[in-house]
Design a protein around this ligand. Sequence first.
Ligand SMILES: CC(C)(COP(=O)(O)OP(=O)(O)OC[C@H]1O[C@@H](n2cnc3c(N)ncnc32)[C@H](O)[C@@H]1OP(=O)(O)O)[C@@H](O)C(=O)NCCC(=O)NCCS
Length: 183
Amino acid sequence: MNGDIDVSIRPYAEGDLWLLERTLGNPGQMVHLNGPESIEHIRKRHNKFLAMSADPHAGCQFTILAGSPNAPAGNVGYWESEWKGKTGWEMGWFVLPELQGRGIATAATRLVIDLITKLESHRFVFAFPSVENHQSNAICRKLGFRLTEQASSEYPPGSKRLLRCNIWMLTLPGSGMDTSATS
Ligand SMILES: CC(C)(COP(=O)(O)OP(=O)(O)OC[C@H]1O[C@@H](n2cnc3c(N)ncnc32)[C@H](O)[C@@H]1OP(=O)(O)O)[C@@H](O)C(=O)NCCC(=O)NCCS
């Protein structure tokens, strides 16, 4: 399944809104995230993703390119987050439904982990997929994240809807700017 398709990433760009509409706006793709986002929310997120790409030290969203020719296949990103006193990068990922199950999200997430390892600004990477999101949990496991615990949190923020999540944590090699962090 893996390794038979070329995967690369580039910063999220102005023309990528359609990708968010096909993933975040699709009820079938959002079953593990408490339902689809509204058009208004997707547009806000589009602007946020564009702004995030300005400074990699504050986080970045990427468009995943896959296949030959390299066509947009989804999104992967990182942003600053915190779990129980540990500051790190949180990651999230989406792949278009027709391209899923071919190793694309795993390969793209691996590329982003390589990038943030080189940044050396945080020691930890977090991912908080729903306990029922088997694909996302498989990605975390395959990329060396450690399953630390489960927790319930409100998602989307302000919705009063709870999501039961796995708390995955990856410790990056050789990074150490988080002086409060312990492994
Ligand atoms: C999660 C998502 C990005 C995965 O994308 P993808 O490109 O299909 O992922 P990959 O192919 O790299 O890896 C998926 C892995 O899950 C595994 N998997 C799939 N269904 C599974 C199941 N029921 N149980 C266990 N593992 C499963 C696959 O076998 C694969 O692992 P493998 O390569 O070792 O076989 C995609 O399903 C998606 O966009 N979902 C909707 C949005 C979403 O939930 N985003 C994540 C929010 S945390």
